[in-house]
Ligand binder design. Structure first.
Ligand code: ATP
Length: 234
């Protein structure tokens, strides 16, 4: 579904991604893990079009995303839940979800999406009329995921959904992501610093370090030793 080929991104003279290649097949749950500053957020921004690529290709079902305007990507079926959530604080929960449904694919089936989102996160149904800014961090993360789902994405990209959350809340969020993958067959690309949880939930993983993929494979093959090697360079 998504293929990234030899992608390079730089901020001024600083290379943030170098020759990164990865693939996400339909229905797969892929995790990209790596330490702080490895380039995980930059990878997502390049895919969703908020930072330009210096070299390489990003193909969604064979279509070269870099050939068209970035603003069109939401309409192509990519939903990006950014780091730090960024819900619309002064809009209600329901209004946030409505905002998510602006791509045509989302608008047509909004009532159905809403039912699914509320089933996944019942607290959002209870708080539908409440301002999003008054929700807890975990509830805002649920809302950010719900807003992405309202666009009816073919590919859901989640940037560190557990960031800043308590371990219990992070587990709740991971359970919901797993459920989306298993029950709805959602194709998911996740970046995470919580390596163990991310790899536990996904099908395949990539390890990103200082802008390069240093390890990849099915979760069973990403053993603790190999991960330690990749992280510590020993
Ligand atoms: P984190 O987990 O801390 O978010 P990350 O793996 O997502 O880290 P990025 O945020 O993609 O990493 O950053 C990759 C590199 O690019 C880092 O060296 C970072 O300092 C740099 N960088 C990120 N954004 C910018 C920017 N807007 N301008 C300049 N440099 C940047």
């Amino acid at each position: 579904m998504l293929r990234v080929e030899d992608l390079s991104v730089a901020y001024g003279g600083l290379a943030a991604l170098r020759d990164v290649s990865l693939e996400v097949r339909a229905g797969e749950f892929i995790a990209v893990v790596g330490p702080n500053g490895a380039g995980k957020t930059t990878l997502f921004k390049a895919i969703s079009g908020t930072v330009p690529a210096r070299a390489g290709r990003i193909l969604l079902e064979g279509q070269d995303l870099l050939a068209g305007p970035a603003a069109e990507r939401a309409h192509l079926g990519i939903a990006h839940v950014p780091e730090g959530r960024r819900v619309f604080a002064s809009l209600s929960v329901l209004e946030n979800l409505e905002m998510g449904a602006w791509p045509a694919a989302g608008r047509a089936v909004f009532a159905q999406s809403l039912e699914r989102i509320y089933a996944l996160f019942p607290i959002l149904a209870e708080r539908r009329a409440q301002y999003a800014g008054t929700l807890s961090g975990g509830q805002q993360q649920m809302l950010a995921i719900g807003r992405a789902l309202a666009s009816r994405p073919r590919l859901l990209m989640l940037d560190e959904p557990s960031m800043g959350l308590s371990p219990v809340m992070a587990d709740t969020i991971f359970d919901a992501i797993r459920e989306l993958h298993r029950t709805d067959g959602m194709t998911i690309l996740l970046v995470e610093q919580r390596v163990a949880e991310a790899l536990d939930a996904c099908d395949r993983g990539y390890v990103l370090e200082t802008g390069r993929i240093v390890l990849d494979g099915p979760v069973g093959e990403l053993s603790a030793d190999r991960l330690r090697q990749a992280y510590l360079g020993v």
